[in-house]
Write a protein that binds this ligand. Structure first.
Ligand code: NAP
Ligand code: FE
Length: 585
């Protein structure tokens, strides 16, 4: 492995590192600018320690405060103007990644009067940045030890710069400054640190040095994150462990860069304001799974080091990342294509990555979903009479009314945007009952109708074997090829219900719709979603009356079953399936 590792930062760590090393400031000059966030420098105690150290050395200082999260170029320009005006000879960044990254940009701009923020991205020759001191207050970015600065440009896009003069002359790594972080900030920054280590560790460029560094911090970062997930108290030792891990992860990040979770995470931060660490972390489970799938030995090692399954890893990361509410339409996804093309970070993905895979991943995780609750109508008079109903228009039975009471209460607090129904009475009555707490118009879709039983319609189930022996046998043993005499073939129902469901989906993109249909029709739809072919209809479960299947459709009409045939609102007394066996043999 051709490995390169260069990290010329004097890291001064441990408790009270600033106080113990105050004399070091003297070598940097007589005036400086302190770049801070909104209040973290004060809250953490770092500002007080730094200003005391400066005063000890008779160094004059000014503060530029108010660097926001995801620091903007124009703020860096304003801070640089202040540095120039005050004759600052060095810059001190105090805070999380945002103020530290801003301080790096300020150090460059202040050394190059007349240079604008946008030129930071250019490779044109410029003077070396002013000397830089960094004091970290979060356990996340490791920006203290890196030559990377992530800045938000005038168009609102996060882009990073890197340069050897962005390394700090010295950096302070005193975990006590992170003690004032809230739980939320600790989670987000901890996730970021973990991603730095894992994204680098899985990179094909990762060699022995970064491998050892990542292996040393991944378990403790994971342990810290799991304890946060499980609600553990935010103790000083937890902060310390996360902070130490974040610095080691910062070494890995600096040497190897990041993989796809970071550039994809930037998009979520820019559009939805999701904090950096959480926005990247939501993509980490997919990266680990992809790497495992591609036989990456280091991915396997990650699971061994953490002692986790991919399922557990996903559970913890997705819960902590907490990116619910993000929803991208197909148009929005397509508009990102160019942005996702040719991203250099993809070189760090084992086996490679491209914009098509990035888009597919974004679609899978965040593509706008249209949710259907596919409800089988309540028990009807025809069910009671044990007749094959098909297109016979029966009302709901007394037990069916009880089922609907239970279902309507169950769905009372589910946000519904629409209710759609088959035209048959038992379905419409069920839709009306569900509507009790929603007051929506009930929309009729003819294609949601049940199989037309033809000569079967209205016949007692008990009479079917004698009257239609061949079709009766198919109904039970080869339902895909069932054809009702003078009625529908099952294959027609299979196509029709799907047309009906897609029509509902297209009319209600991005919404949640309750769709009331029938036993055979829903079974056909579920069969398509489970197996992709009607040939497996015999393996497809029936739904109880008022049972429902929840399905999410992406904008390209791909369904994903969230929950199948859920009838947990029914009691054994009200369940139709619990007491009937006439209709399925
Ligand atoms: P941050 O954006 O610097 O700060 C996040 C929040 O935490 C802010 O509200 C901040 O308040 C608060 N905070 C920070 N320290 C605190 C403390 N000790 N006590 C209480 N509150 C505190 O967070 P970050 O995650 O460290 O940095 C994220 C930025 O770094 C992103 O822009 C990201 O792209 C970048 N990044 C850089 C690198 C790199 O190598 N340079 C690597 C990864 C990410 P204040 O506003 O008061 O400060
Ligand atoms: Fe990061």
């Amino acid at each position: 492995m051709e490995e390169q590792f260069y990290l010329p930062v004097r890291l001064l760590g441990g408790r009270d590192a600033v106080r113990r090393n105050a004399a070091r400031f003297a070598a940097l000059g007589k005036r400086c600018l302190l770049v801070t966030g909104r209040s973290s420098a004060e809250k953490s105690g770092a500002l007080a320690d730094v200003t005391a150290a400066l005063e000890e050395n008779a160094i004059a200082w000014e503060v530029f405060s108010g660097i926001g999260e995801n620091p903007r170029l124009d703020d860096c320009e304003r801070a640089a103007a202040q540095a120039i005006a005050s004759g600052a000879e060095f810059v001190v960044g105090i805070g999380g990644g945002s103020p530290m990254d801003a301080a790096k940009a300020v150090a460059v701009l202040a050394a190059n009067p007349g240079m604008d923020g946008a030129s930071l991205y250019s490779s044109a020759p410029r003077k070396r940045a002013l000397p830089l001191v960094l004091v970290g207050t979060t356990s996340g970015t490791g920006s203290e030890v890196s030559a990377v600065s992530v800045l938000t440009d005038a168009s609102g896009r996060k882009r990073s710069i890197k340069g050897d003069d962005l390394y700090a002359a010295f950096a302070f790594g005193d975990a006590k400054y992170t003690f004032s972080m809230s739980r939320k900030e600790t989670i987000s920054t901890g996730l970021d640190a973990f991603c730095h280590a894992m994204e680098g560790y899985l990179s094909p460029k990762c060699g022995a040095v970064c491998g050892a560094l990542a292996e040393s911090c991944l378990p403790s970062l994971w342990e810290g994150l799991v304890s946060l997930y499980e609600g553990a108290e935010l103790t000083e030792s937890l902060h310390e462990s996360l902070y130490d891990g974040s610095l080691v992860a910062g070494f890995v990040l600096n040497a190897l860069g990041t993989s796809y979770p970071h550039p994809l995470g930037y998009i979520l931060t820019e559009r939805y304001g999701i904090p950096h660490g959480r926005a990247c972390a939501v993509f980490a489970p997919s990266l680990l799974a992809l790497a495992l799938d591609r036989g990456c030995a280091r991915a396997k090692r990650v699971t061994e080091l953490l002692g986790v399954t991919t399922e557990r890893f996903s559970e913890v990361f997705l819960a902590l990342a907490d990116c619910g509410g993000v929803s991208l339409t197909e148009e929005e996804l397509q508009a990102l294509r160019e942005r996702l093309t040719g991203v250099k970070n993809y070189a760090n993905v084992p086996g490679g990555f491209d914009e098509v895979q990035a888009l597919a991943l974004l679609r899978r995780l965040f593509g706008r979903k249209t949710r259907l609750l596919l409800v089988r109508h309540a028990e009807s008079v025809g069910n009671d009479m044990a007749i094959f109903q098909g297109h016979i228009d029966c009302d709901v039975s007394e037990n069916g009314k009880k089922q609907l009471d239970l279902l309507s209460i169950r769905l009372r607090n589910v946000r519904l945007d629409a209710i759609a129904s088959s035209p048959l009475l038992r379905a419409v009555r069920s839709a009306e009952a569900i509507n009790r707490f929603h007051q929506l118009p009930v929309e009729i879709y003819d294609d949601l109708i049940e199989i037309d039983g033809g000569d079967y319609n209205g016949t007692l189930w008990s009479e079917l074997p004698a009257r239609f022996p061949e079709q009766n046998d198919k109904w039970y043993h080869d339902p895909a090829n069932f054809e009702a005499p003078h009625g529908d073939a099952m294959r027609e129902v299979y196509e029709r219900i799907w047309r009906g469901l897609l029509a509902v989906v297209r009319d209600h993109r991005g919404q949640t719709v309750c769709v009331v249909s029938h036993g055979s029709a829903i079974r056909c739809a579920v069969c398509r979603m489970l197996y992709g072919t009607i040939d497996r209809l015999g393996d497809t479960p029936w739904s109880d009356n008022t049972g429902f299947t929840t399905v999410d459709f992406t904008d390209d009409d791909t369904p994903c079953i969230v929950k199948l045939n859920d009838a947990s609102h029914l009691t054994p007394e009200t369940s139709s399936m619990a007491k009937q066996d006439w209709w399925n043999g």
